[in-house]
Design a binder for this molecule. Structure first.
Ligand SMILES: [Cu+2]
Length: 163
């Protein structure tokens, strides 16, 4: 039993070490794409990352594709006290030299139609980002532990995958 515990701990720390990752295409750099684990019954999951345009011309993230029925680019707007997500039909504009951060409560990628296959900690979700000028970039979103809220109901099954 002790050995199993140590193995699980080692897997966890390895996942943490590998979690910082970066992708490049043309003048575009995508830093640390990640998603939070989802509840078992969740139908949607959010994807987050930093996108930097190191070029001298404006570029645009126009679409994201992944193995889900729908993938949309969303923004979050406050309507009084209610946060509403809205699809950005034109994608996300990236000015020269600009870094745009996709994060909870703001811009994000929305994976829709999970259909009973939740995101689990340690999982990597392959996706393709389509940039208007830089072209296609294949990335993987690392699924990480949800740190804020809901701690009592958190699902730690991802930690014992190695057993
Ligand atoms: Cu959304």
């Amino acid at each position: 039993m002790k050995l199993i515990t140590l193995t699980a701990a080692a897997l966890c720390s390895l996942a943490t070490t590998l979690s910082a990752h970066e992708y490049k295409v043309g003048d575009i750099v995508v830093d640390h794409p990640m998603a939070f684990e989802t509840a078992k019954t969740a139908q949607t999951g959010g994807g987050f990352m930093k996108i930097t345009n190191n070029g001298t011309t404006t570029d645009r993230l126009v679409a994201v594709t992944a193995a889900f029925p729908r993938v949309e680019i969303h923004t979050t707007e406050m309507d009084g006290d209610i946060a509403r997500m809205m699809q950005l039909e034109d994608g996300i504009t990236l000015q020269p030299g600009e870094t745009v951060t996709l994060m909870p409560g703001g811009l994000h990628i929305m994976f829709m139609g999970l259909g009973g296959d939740p995101f689990e900690v340690g999982e990597e979700i392959p996706a393709t980002l389509m940039f208007e000028n830089a072209g296609a970039l294949e990335i993987e979103f690392n699924v990480e532990e949800r740190k804020m809220g809901d701690h009592g109901t958190m699902d730690h099954s991802g930690h014992t995958m190695g057993n």
